[in-house]
Each structure stands twice: as C-alpha cells, then as structure tokens.
Write a protein that binds this ligand. Structure first.
Ligand code: BES
Ligand code: MN
Ligand code: ZN
Length: 474
C-alpha cells in the first residue's frame, strides 16, 4: 500500500474510487453529488458513508461520500471519516483511489497528509492468524491524496508512523508462548540489522552483576530467561539522547499474587510498553531525524512457581534502595525501577517510560487517554502538546508527597504497593523515587495499548505521540 500526492480534480481521477467529504453545512461542490446526497438523505455525520456508483461527470467507477460533521472540520471527525472510508474501500475491493483535499481546523496541509496516511494505513491492519505465513492484505494498492504541494514529507512521516505502529501491534497481538523476552530480543536485533542501529542484550548473569535484584525477583519464577534490551539510534553526534523505557512483561499472571482467571489472556499485552518503544525506534530509524534516541526494554515473564518471589520478600534494587514486595502482581514497577537506574549510563536529556502499569488507570481514564506523570512541568507540557498533534491522548495525574507517603514499609525503604487508593499515582510515585537524576515522564498505557471484546487487539499507541514528541525536540 502506497501513498502519493496528486494535483488534479476528483472528477478526472481514473482509478477505482474517489473519496469526497461532506459536512453538515455545505455539501461537496458538485451538482450531481449534491443531488445524490439529498436523494439518499445523507446527513454527513462523521463515520457515515454513502457509496455512489457510476456518477456522471466522474471518471472513476465509484464515489464514496464521507461525512465529516460540522464545519470547521475537527481533526477527530476527520479521523472518524477516514476510518469509515477504509471499511467501504475494502468491501468494494478498491485498488487505486484518490482522496479529496479538505482543510482541518487548527492544522496545516502537511498534517492532513500525515494523518491521512497514518490513519488509512493503520485502518487496514489485520491481525495475522498464528501459524499462517501469508500476510493479510487489504487489497488497496495506491492512495493518492489531492494536493498542490510538492513536499511528500507528511506522507513519508505518516507512513513511517503507521509502519512502526504495525510492528507494535503485531508484537502485542502475538501470544506469550511466541512473544517471550527472547523473542523481543531477537526482534530488536533484526531491527538493528535492518536499520543499522546499535543493539545490546543483557542476560540474567549480566543483570546479577549490575545488582538488578528487583527486576530478577520478578522473572525468577519463570523458565523464560529475562533480557534487558537496548537499541540506539545516533542521528546527532554525541548530543545527549532521549531515552525511552518500555515495560516488557511478556505475560503477567500476577505471580504468587495470582490474578483472577477471567480475561487473564489479555495479560499477554503486558509487553505493549516495550513493543511501543520498539515501534518508535522503527519510525525514527526510518525518518532519520537529527536526534539521538535510545530505547530500553526490560523483558521478563511473571509466573507463580516454587521459586517465585513471595509477598513479604525484600529485595535490593540496582539503586541500592530496598523494596518490600507486598504484592507480586505489582511487578511492572519492580522491573522498571532497575531499568530506570540503568539508563543513567546514557546521560539522558530526558527519560520517558511507557508501561501497562495499573488497572486503576483504566478505571480513571478508560481507553481514551494514557495517564501522564512527570517530575518536570515543561516536559509534561511538551508531551501534552505532542498528544494534541498526534491525536494520541494523554491526561496528567499529580505526583505529590501525600501519595508518595503511602509507599511506606516497616521492613524496607519502600513497599511496592500503596494501598487501594490512587493506584496509578502511587505507582508513578514509586518510579519517581528512581528518576531524581534526570527529567522524567511516565506514561501509563494500561487502558490505551489494546482493545478488549470483539475488537480485541493492540492499538499501536503511544507510538504516534512519542514520535511527535521526539520530532518536536529538534
Ligand atoms: N499489568 C498489570 C496492570 C493491568 C491490569 C493492565 C489490568 C491492564 C489491565 C500490572 O502489573 C498489575 O497487575 N497492577 C496491579 C497493581 C496492584 C497489585 C497494586 C493492578 O493494577 O491491579
Ligand atoms: Mn501485574
Ligand atoms: Zn503487569
């Protein structure tokens, strides 16, 4: 599937279909189309589409009218319209098509190119059935976006982001018997090969030597060996890098604090943080901006076993701080804290960790916004700005002493849980105890990384947000 720009009126496009947009106030400026819209009582609500065949005056076989709601057209409505269009395009088996240009409130034309490519490509993603080697194909070959511009930067960026998101979604959707910590390490190494990146994988013995007893306390009940994976992209000499850390629990059973059975299969998605930072690395390696980026993936499996960690166990983290493991299901923070200590060696400009960290964030924000916490106001604001451009939402939660105090332990420097209240914030406070030496933000993506029910599948979030954040730093 390819995107191009085309400087032509939609009536003259000779491919299979053209996509035109209609808002509630004015309809597309073509008499035939206007009549047909009226005849079909099409109301232009975003998400609604009208399929028209052999419209006179049009050289393409079919015209798809897609509703975009009220003018000025909002970014969210435009995305809704594009997603609806893709479903129809696949149904009518369109191969070559053209998308009409429309202006979007608050954004320029390059953003429209980028978003169109990103959203349309992403909407054609199909889960690859386990065991089948043939890649599912939408059948769409080329999408031409109407434009008078020459620059294809928007298209290139949108397609790169969509490619990164595909990688993230694919890894997330893989079952945990395939996508193990070793599998994530292999994926990172092939990315390094393909894009000429530097890759380092630390084994259990290496982590022992570094004193990562908190991370190893999570993995020790599993027969899958843990891995600490680092990938570096150097696009700007020896400048300080942006460092991303992604939680890579390839299956979270809860450990001895075993989770209830219902929906436990979804804990294969507990490595979506790791998958998303790999996805971002793929995007950046493809776009090649002048920036340095390091992604770090602590990858483990959390299982109950005779040799697993038990509630009440006390471990010493790489930082020297001791932790009382009151609940073995609060394992994400136990692997992240050692990874967050480890990344100091990269002399980071900023560190952002990405983790499916708490069920509480799903209760607070649902599947719409990721939870954002930070020790730096400007950094948080930059992430919020990037989320508005990428339409990959975040909502900030506070990090304050009152919450931090809930981590008090009688037997160690801290406990790994803070009680039943404000679970996402106490998790963030736990991490903040290991990030005092640099500017840091935490994204809790437990609600946004995958969908449940009959739409079950990874979303590829927050690849788009993080890419935008990184490119904004140049
Ligand atoms: N991976 C889970 C968080 C999670 C739960 C994500 C449900 C998506 C849906 C995490 O490791 C976890 O189990 N967190 C516990 C923390 C608690 C024990 C303090 C939780 O949220 O229940
Ligand atoms: Mn857990
Ligand atoms: Zn987990």
């Amino acid at each position: 599937m390819k995107f191009t720009l085309i400087n032509e009126i939609v009536q003259n496009f000779k491919g299979d279909a053209v996509v035109v947009f209609s808002n509630s106030n004015t309809v597309f400026n073509d008499d035939n189309i206007q009549q047909l819209i009226k005849l079909n009582h099409f109301d232009s609500k975003p998400g609604k589409v009208l399929l028209l065949n052999l419209v006179s005056g049009f050289k393409s076989k079919q015209v798809i009218v897609s509703g975009v709601g009220d003018a000025p057209i909002s970014a969210k409505n435009y995305v809704k319209a594009l997603n609806a269009v893709i479903i129809i395009l696949i149904e009518i088996k369109a191969k070559n098509l053209m998308v009409q240009h429309i202006g979007i409130k608050d954004f320029n034309e390059l953003w429209v190119h980028e978003t169109t490519a990103k959203v349309m490509y992403n909407a054609t993603y199909k889960v690859q059935k386990v065991g089948s080697c043939k890649k599912q194909n939408s059948g769409i070959e080329c999408i031409a976006i109407q434009s008078t511009m020459d620059s294809i930067y928007g298209l290139m960026k949108g397609q790169a982001i969509a490619d990164g998101m595909s990688l993230t979604r694919h890894l997330g959707d893989l079952p945990s018997n395939i996508c193990t910590p070793s599998y994530l390490a292999d994926t990172a190494m092939s990315l390094a090969q393909e894009f000429n990146l530097e890759c380092e994988v630390l084994e259990e013995v290496d982590m022992e030597k570094l004193g990562m007893c908190s991370l190893l306390a999570v993995s020790k009940g599993s027969s899958e060996p843990p891995k600490l994976i680092s990938l570096s992209y150097q696009g700007n000499g020896n400048e300080k890098p942006i460092v991303l850390v992604g939680k890579g629990v390839t299956f979270d059973s809860g450990g001895i604090s075993l989770k209830p059975g219902t929906g436990m299969d979804e804990m294969k998605y507990d490595m979506c943080g790791a998958a998303s930072v790999l996805g971002v690395m793929r995007v950046i390696a493809q776009i090649k901006p002048k920036i340095n980026l390091v992604v770090v993936l602590p990858a483990v499996e959390n299982m109950p076993a005779h040799n697993a960690s038990k509630p009440g166990d006390v471990v010493k983290s790489m930082s020297g701080k001791t932790i009382e493991i009151l609940n073995t299901d609060a394992e994400g923070r136990l692997i992240l804290c050692d990874a967050l200590t480890y990344v100091k060696r990269f002399n980071p400009e900023v560190v952002i960790d990405v983790a499916t960290l708490t069920g509480a964030v799903v209760i607070a924000l649902g599947k719409y916004n990721s939870g954002l916490m930070s020790n730096d106001k400007d950094l948080a604001n930059d992430i919020i700005s990037a989320s508005k451009v990428s339409l990959d939402g975040v909502w900030q939660l506070p990090i304050e002493d009152e919450y931090d105090e809930l981590l008090q332990s009688n037997f160690a420097d801290m406990a790994n849980i803070g009680g039943s209240e404000a679970g996402s914030i106490t998790a963030g406070c736990f991490l903040s105890r290991f990030t005092q030496d640099y500017r840091w933000a935490h994204l809790d993506i437990a609600g946004t990384a995958w969908l449940s029910g009959d739409k079950k599948g990874a979303t590829g979030r927050p690849v788009s947000l993080l890419t935008q954040f990184i490119l904004d730093q140049i």
